[in-house]
Design a protein around this ligand. Structure first.
Ligand SMILES: O=C(O)CCC(=O)C(=O)O
Ligand SMILES: [Fe+3]
Length: 654
């Protein structure tokens, strides 16, 4: 627990800097000052053997840092060593939770509101604070600008605004905000890296080495490599939105990708080319970007220099150098390295570490048991990476064009009317909700309301997911479909301002969660026979809508999954996997939700005149269209027709 005494003290610096920001600022300033004072570059005049010279500087710098921090913070040199637990509390903005209460009691409403807001930004899953904030909003003395984030991360604000403008085709504004975000992100990265030089205390993740290391091993392995690893992890820190647990993939490269397109749109080809060249530093063989570069060469003339930005060159070179050192150390001195980047070139990773390094390996490598169901699918996150049990994320389960076809199916089904209409979400008034079952899709195809091939694709995608999940979690033990539907959640325009709720509240799929009792009751109305859950995502062009997992308390977020086309998340349906969906605040989020059961009795069924069959065993290819209209809509010449005019009836089952 945190002592309220030390928390109630007003922030030392002027707002917006919070108390923790003060400690960080002091460290940053000291690091800069001490670098100047005890510069490592001895120059030609530096006397003595290199060793003495080097360690002399090292000691000097250490001494300088200690004193500087002591002076700046007005405390004994040891007092700037925040323990791991304290650091974590500050990172999670825990003190603001207490501050909020204290200011409220002191009747300082504006400060209570900003403290509450600051806490909530980093803890959007905190249901109590959610309610408190809603109360504050209704209070007459509270102004909207009281909702200020005292620990705001400027790059995230700019990034989100930039991406919003980008999606609204406002490219000039997008460029301005994304440039700002990139600059701020690189600055935040430097700050984070500077903090890596601080003292180290009980880093839980690192395994203790039994053996006493020698002098150089100690210097190289125990601290220097730790510092390098820490610096490398900084990219994850800046790429993680406050209140989220996982980082946005490729955060820095994606800036350049977006900027490249936006500059191109506003007619600034020179800057677009510079961004393209910068992006290629991360992914030198990226086909679309190389294509773009070719176009820029033709447009701007061969003699224009197409060079990447200096800041990005510096960033990539430095990162590569650090990675090389770390990989060398890991290979020869032991230890582990979780490379935070997807762009690390393959040749840089030592052969024997490759498998460990990347989870983006073919699914084949993961199973010695089940047979390989499909080629080309990747396991992007496993239970360990998702801080839980029986959780996994696969990528590339669908291609872009398959996602498009399935999205078209949702549109066509919506237009067919006939009982299938978007309605208010059962979970929130701020979203509409459409659900199309596989069986309903088959019906609509038979009536000619949707394209037959799209309906078939829905069946195929469901079956493919089933096979993947079965072979991953329960090889050799049959999983049946229990219920399948294609769900779209659409943000209702104009109703998003100050929205506090979730798209889907935290729940478990086969039991009734009772967070107070830390229990989950496996009894109706829960779908108790569900054993595994899968969600196959179709798009990412919306805002919000991330899936997250929590502890049994329903408020401690342990993992997050960002939907995108072809990404399949799967997990066991029980109390070990409470999950929810963040508010969809803009656009439409579509996914195929799949539940599976081991119980034959609860299998989802298609009924035809030959009898009932489990849809997982039904021959998808054998299900024919019932009338010609279904296929005449957009039939291509030469497309094959099945010749089984069997009557097919379907039964929706919940
Ligand atoms: O759409 C998602 O990501 C999750 C939905 C979900 O958990 C559910 O429908 O039970
Ligand atoms: Fe669920």
């Amino acid at each position: 627990a945190i002592s309220p005494l030390s928390l109630a003290r007003p922030p030392p610096a002027a707002p917006p800097a919070g108390p923790y920001a003060g400690l960080r600022a002091a460290r940053r300033a000291c690091r800069a000052a001490c670098r100047r004072e005890a510069a490592f570059l001895g120059g030609p005049g530096a006397a003595g053997p290199w060793e003495a010279a080097l360690f002399g500087r090292v000691l000097q710098r250490a001494d300088c840092l200690q004193h500087c921090l002591g002076l700046r913070l007005g405390v004994a040199p040891s007092a700037h060593r925040a323990s791991h637990a304290v650091r974590r509390d500050f990172e999670q903005r825990e003190p603001y939770n207490y501050l909020q209460v204290a200011f409220f009691q002191l009747k300082k409403l504006d400060r209570a509101v900003s403290a509450a807001h600051t806490f909530f930004v980093a803890n959007p899953q905190h249901l109590q604070m959610r309610e408190d904030i809603e109360k504050y909003r209704r209070m007459s003395g509270v102004k909207s600008d009281n909702f200020r984030d005292l620990e705001a991360t400027p790059h995230w604000e700019a990034y989100e605004a930039g991406v919003q403008h980008y999606h609204a085709d406002e490219y000039l504004r997008a460029v301005a905000r994304l440039e700002e975000s990139l600059t701020e992100a690189l600055a935040a990265l430097e700050e984070c890296r500077a903090l890596c030089e601080g003292p180290w205390e009980d880093e839980e993740e690192e395994e203790e080495e039994e053996m006493q290391p020698g002098l150089y091993e100690a210097i190289a392995g125990t601290h220097y490599i730790q510092v390098l690893k820490c610096r490398q992890q900084c990219v994850l820190e800046i790429a993680t939105k406050p209140g989220r647990v996982s980082a946005t993939e490729d955060f820095i490269p994606s800036h350049l990708d977006l900027l490249q397109f936006a500059y191109d749109q506003v007619g600034n080809q020179a800057l677009a080319a510079e961004c393209a060249a910068s992006y290629l530093l991360f992914y030198p063989t990226d086909e679309p970007m190389l294509e773009k570069m070719k176009e820029y060469r033709t447009e701007l003339g061969e003699d224009t220099a197409f060079t990447a930005r200096e800041s990005i060159q510096h960033y990539v070179q430095r990162s590569l150098m650090e990675k090389k050192l770390i990989y060398y150390a890991v290979e020869h001195l032991g230890g582990t390295f979780n490379d935070p980047d997807l762009w690390t070139p393959d040749e840089l990773i030592p052969e024997n570490l490759k498998e460990k390094h990347s989870l983006l390996m073919p699914i084949r490598a993961c199973f010695s048991t089940g047979p390989l169901p499909f080629e080309g699918i990747a396991v992007t996150m496993d239970s360990r990476r998702m801080n839980g049990t029986q959780r996994v994320v696969f990528d590339r389960v669908l291609t872009e064009s398959e996602c498009k076809d399935l999205l078209r199916l949702t549109k066509a089904a919506g237009e067919a009317g006939d009982g299938y209409r978007a309605r208010r979400s059962p979970h929130t008034p701020h979203e509409r909700f459409e659900g199309l079952t596989v069986l309903r899709a088959v019906q609509l195809a038979q009536n000619g309301d949707v394209d037959w091939r799209d309906a078939k694709l829905l069946l195929q995608a469901s079956e493919k997911s089933r096979k993947i999940i079965e072979s991953y979690f329960t090889p050799g033990k049959k999983l049946h479909f229990s219920f399948t539907h294609l769900v779209c959640r659409t943000a209702v325009d104009e109703e998003q301002e100050g929205r506090m709720d979730l798209s889907h509240p935290v729940h478990a799929d086969n039991c009734l969660l009772d967070p107070e009792g830390q229990e989950c009751w496996r009894e109706p109305p829960a779908y108790v026979y569900r054993d595994y859950s899968g969600i196959l995502y179709l798009n990412d062009d919306f805002q919000g809508g991330g899936l997250f997992f929590t502890e049994m308390d329903t408020v401690t977020v342990t993992a997050e999954v960002h939907p995108k086309c072809g990404r399949l998340v799967a997990f066991s349906s029980g109390k070990e996997n409470p999950h929810g969906v963040w508010a969809v605040s803009r656009g439409r989020r579509c996914a195929i939700a799949l539940w599976y059961t081991h119980s034959q009795e609860h299998a989802e069924q298609v009924k035809d005149d030959a009898g009932e069959m489990d849809i997982s065993t039904s021959e998808v290819d054998q299900i024919p269209p019932r009338n010609a209209r279904a296929t005449s809509r957009r039939q291509k010449p030469g497309s094959d027709r099945t010749q089984h005019p069997k009557e097919l009836r379907v039964r929706d089952e919940f």
